[in-house]
Design a protein around this ligand. Structure first.
Ligand code: NAD
Length: 513
């Protein structure tokens, strides 16, 4: 392969080979004799690398090495695991810019968002370092004299992480950091279209593990396509499968893991709405909706896809939004000035074009965008549409379209907007723009938004790591990152300990002979 200097510099700064094929499997050693997958730059179409994925046999070995690594790692005291996480945090932070550039190169998101994604990994490592000294169980009062009940968290086992293309590093970070703090081994199957991001991260982490005398399979990697994902979902050697991806695949993975009574976390698609009330501060709301709809070229799970505008401000809002859209120029995501990079793949372009065609065929008003850019790469025009039908049960409103298309509708009162917000199957993120505290109370209360992320004067996307992240309904009810998410990565035992001289039964049951 002959790489452009732009690509070669980014890969070599991260120790990814720039000649020959690249090993995509790590279980303590780098290998890969399975199918070759190509990593393709969405901006230029350049083939960045051919990656050697895991053969079925290598996958099997990687799973058994992960089990062995777990047996070792569960005996490392949690604060010591935290110290290793602190070193991982430092190693990632030292390569923040380079890793961010690789995300831009391979996934296509713009530079500031690529670096921001690495920062999210760094942040969750910080969080997990603290967690390693705080993963407390509880002491519960016993009804029996001379007895104590403890709820004890112990390491769980092997955690399989199946991840999507749009956050090729941070989602793994959310899982790896909590999983390591909890004393587990992790095996990662990234998206087949972002293998280099996974290889770069695994290389950095493997080095830290090695320096600390920890088996590399504590943070193993198997690149590959859906067969590798299926094998992890079906393996009894994997106690917890954490899946991030589409609703369609999540449904399959969820059933597969549950059929063997494994644990599963599902972080699936979103179909997120922003609601703008007449008293909203439009100077804040317009740029936030703009970022929500266009950030990562509309390919965040939390991207704003539906915009509900109160009749009193609808025209003014759309006018301002169209103006900011009209100033947008597509460009190389690695250029500092670019706000709009490409969508990730030819499939993403198809998704966009199919959706725009449907809007046009159903007489939607297209207020901005509506076609591809005539240039090399997967560049599509961010689109604002006013669909003819505002009926939330129409397929157009019911499905997540993973592209920069914002569908708008006009409402008359907050109850109607909340009804529309809640009328879709997905339940990830939502955002209300208002300065009236009564609206805020309604929005976050029992009659309000039913999504997992419920924001006020903050857009639908761009969550911090401190709170648990995840959605409800068809988004899968998953929770990752902060909050109480760590509790899913441990095995809980209720331990009743009798330190008295008799053995009474609970509830006063008398079984004396
Ligand atoms: P996808 O569902 O196509 O793929 C996700 C992962 O599943 C990939 O690693 C893929 O190889 C693997 N896979 C495919 N078939 C499988 C099977 N049968 N068994 C096991 N694994 C299988 O998703 P994508 O296109 O990469 O990502 C986009 C989707 O991810 C969007 O719907 C987006 O909303 C969602 N997403 C959700 C979140 C969240 O936190 N809720 C975050 C990021 C992305």
């Amino acid at each position: 392969r002959s790489l452009s200097s732009r690509a070669a510099n980014i890969l070599s700064a991260l120790d990814i080979p720039t000649t020959g094929e690249v090993c995509g499997v790590y279980d303590g050693e780098w290998k890969g004799t399975g199918d070759l997958v190509s990593s393709v730059c969405p901006t230029t179409g350049e083939i960045l690398a051919r990656v050697k994925t895991a053969s079925p046999e290598e996958l099997h070995v990687a799973l058994s090495k992960a089990r062995e690594a777990y047996s070792f790692f569960r005996n490392v005291p949690a604060p010591r695991r935290g110290e290793i996480l602190r070193q991982i945090r430092g190693a990632l932070a030292a390569k923040r810019t380079e890793l961010g550039a690789l995300i831009s190169l391979e996934m296509g998101k713009i530079k500031t968002e690529g670096i921001g994604e690495v920062q999210e990994f760094v942040d969750i490592c910080d969080y997990a370092v603290g967690l390693s000294r705080m993963m407390n169980g509880r002491v519960v009062a016993s009804e029996r004299a001379g007895h104590s009940i403890l709820e004890v968290p112990n390491p769980l086992g092997v955690v399989g992480v199946l991840s999507a293309f749009n956050f090729p590093m941070a989602v793994y970070g959310w899982n790896l950091s909590l999983s390591l703090a909890a004393g587990n081994a992790t095996i990662w199957k990234p998206s087949p279209t972002t293998p280099l991001c996974a290889i770069a991260i695994t290389t950095i982490i493997a080095r830290v593990l090695e320096e600390n005398g920890v088996p590399g399979a504590v943070a193993g990697l198997v690149t590959g396509d859906k067969e590798a994902g299926e094998a992890i979902a079906e393996s009894r050697d994997v106690e917890l499968v954490s899946f991030t991806g589409s609703e369609h695949v999540g449904r399959i993975v969820g059933k597969n893991v549950q059929s063997r009574f494994g644990k599963v976390i599902l972080e699936l698609g979103g179909n997120n709405a922003a609601i703008v009330m007449p008293d909203a501060d439009l100077a804040m709301a317009v740029p936030s909706v703009f970022f929500g709809a266009i950030g990562t070229a509309g390919q965040r799970c939390t991207s704003t896809r539906r915009l509900y505008l109160h009749r009193d401000i609808a025209d003014a809002f759309l006018d301002r939004l169209q103006k900011v859209y009209s100033g947008l120029k597509p460009g190389d995501p690695l250029d500092e000035a670019t706000l709009l990079g490409p969508v990730h793949s030819a499939t993403s372009v198809d998704i966009y074009e199919t959706a725009v065609r449907h809007l046009k065929n159903t007489d939607a008003r297209i207020l901005a965008g509506g076609s591809r850019y005539e240039r090399t790469g997967n560049f599509v025009q961010p689109t604002i549409a006013l669909p003819k039908s505002v009926d939330p049960s129409d397929a157009l409103w019911q499905t997540e379209c993973f592209a920069p298309i914002l569908n708008c509708a006009v409402f008359d009162d907050l109850e109607e907007a909340i009804r529309w917000n809640n009328a879709v199957p997905q339940g990830l993120s939502s955002s209300l723009w208002t300065r009236d505290v009564r609206n805020v109370g309604t929005w976050i209360g029992p009659n309000g938004s039913d999504t997992g992320i419920v924001n006020v004067n903050v857009g639908t996307s761009g969550a911090e790591i401190g709170a648990a992240f995840g959605g409800n309904k068809n988004t899968g009810w998953g929770r990752e990152s902060g909050g109480d998410a760590w509790k899913q990565y441990v095995r809980w035992s209720a331990c009743t300990i009798n330190f008295s001289d008799s053995a009474p039964l609970a509830q006063g049951v008398d079984f004396s002979t």
